[in-house]
Ligand binder design. Sequence first.
Ligand code: FAD
Ligand code: 2HG
Ligand code: ZN
Length: 494
Amino acid sequence: FGSATTLVQRNPSFSTLNSDDMNYFKGILGEKNVIQDEDRLSIANTDWMHKYRGSSKLLLQPRTTEEVSQILKYCNSRFLAVVPQGGNTGLVGGSVPVFDEVIINLGLMNNIIAFDKVSGILVCEAGCILENLISFLDTQGFIMPLDLGAKGSCQIGGNVSTNAGGLRLVRYGSLHGTVLGLEAVLANGDVLDMLGTLRKDNTGYDLKHLFIGSEGSLGIVTKVSILTPPKLSSVNLAFLACNDYFSCQKLQMLLLTRLAGNVNQKLLVEAKRKLGEILSAFEFLDNVAMDLVLDHLDGVRNPLPPSLHNFYVLIETTGSHESYDREKLEAFLLHAMEVGLVSDGALAQDINQASSFWHIREGLPEALMKAGAVYKYDLSLPIEKMYGLVEEMRTRLGALAKVVAYGHLGDGNLHLNISSPQYDEKILAQIEPFVYEWTSKHHGSISAEHGLGLMKANEIFYSKSTNTASTHRSVWTGATNGMYKEIAGPQKNT
Ligand code: FAD
Ligand code: 2HG
Ligand code: ZN
């Protein structure tokens, strides 16, 4: 399904499982958590998109850090390859085995360890499902600093390991900022206790950052401490239509208080500065994406009929002063309409309407799955260039496939999805390496938030210099001796 898959071969230094191994694992985990059942293995071997499939014969479910440590120590001594797995919602083929690796799923390590209502610091096990953490914090008057469509299944350990971005990054920043500490187990079973809850700690390297976004390549994250923001009382959501991409972009410039062309700038900048403070999401989708959702998800309707618009933008604000925040958003929208940036719009009147607006944006990955085969690209690009790629891709593909664009416009992240009834080498050849070359030429990143996984293990060179990529490799070799996960970082020798 992509260039990486055809290049990878099973590392012959890895052993295969035998009955002594099974007995050992049963000894430490108990029969119940050593899973060889075919149906359960089939689920764990297959990724969310049903695009990547391994052939593992063993799924282990540890309950404690000590058990994770024992498993890894043993696998390391026996040269058994492993793959850490959280909620298995990853989109780049990193959460499932490539061959017959032992799957280590963290789902049973799902306890909340501590929550401090004064500092907002949450300490929990890595297997906690994001939505459960969101619900728990809600009862405490706090929120998670990240939110994504996969919240019902993804785990905080998986979020940290992919450095998941999501819908609120524009407000709360990346997990590199909000994760204060981690506990992780290295390939040889050593436990690294970095589970601090301090805001400041400059004693040497801050090693936790190596684990954030390392996609399980350096070890298994077992516990996380994370700074959570207080829940604010006033959340507003606007669903807007723009006629062209330039207007979406300009709208964002207004929000972020940069000057915005031929309008009454003084007045505007003042209003936008205030909105900028309460901005909590800035998402976009194009009309092809909208049609896809309408065609494939039940009960969804376009809040802005008739649907003749080319682009849609969701703007969410979160603040603490209900009437004032609402007024600010309304004033901003009125102005944006007056100057012609917005052609139509709706403000959510209640929580149900807000969730129906969000469903359109969050439902896109699912709608694409229902539409057939999908080639997924997750790119960071300069905002003014971003949509140029979508247009060029449409020209290249013509009637061969549908080009669907959406993403986190607020932080320059385009989700470019190419949808067709079936996978087809002809389509892939039109997309790759063009999409990577284009991104590299415009100094973007070929993985904004989903990671490299199996899909892009060989493509890191489009976004990292040779020296940087070889330093990645040295870190990986130093931490694991190369005897741990099958795919972890660049496969080519640099
Ligand atoms: P998995 O998919 O199980 O694993 C992902 C990677 O992390 C794998 O390489 C795995 O080996 C490793 N891993 C998992 N757990 C651990 C652990 N405890 N220790 C070490 N390594 C581990 N991503 C975004 O960034 N932003 C989005 O907005 C977003 N929206 C999504 C919406 C949908 C509908 C879907 C299906 C996916 C979305 N994703 C998004 C991608 C995915 O959900 C995230 O990457 C998520 O963080 C993965 O978490 P998980 O628990 O499912 O991890
Ligand atoms: C999102 O933002 C996810 O919805 C998935 O990151 C993106 O489907 C995709 O390409
Ligand atoms: Zn995303």
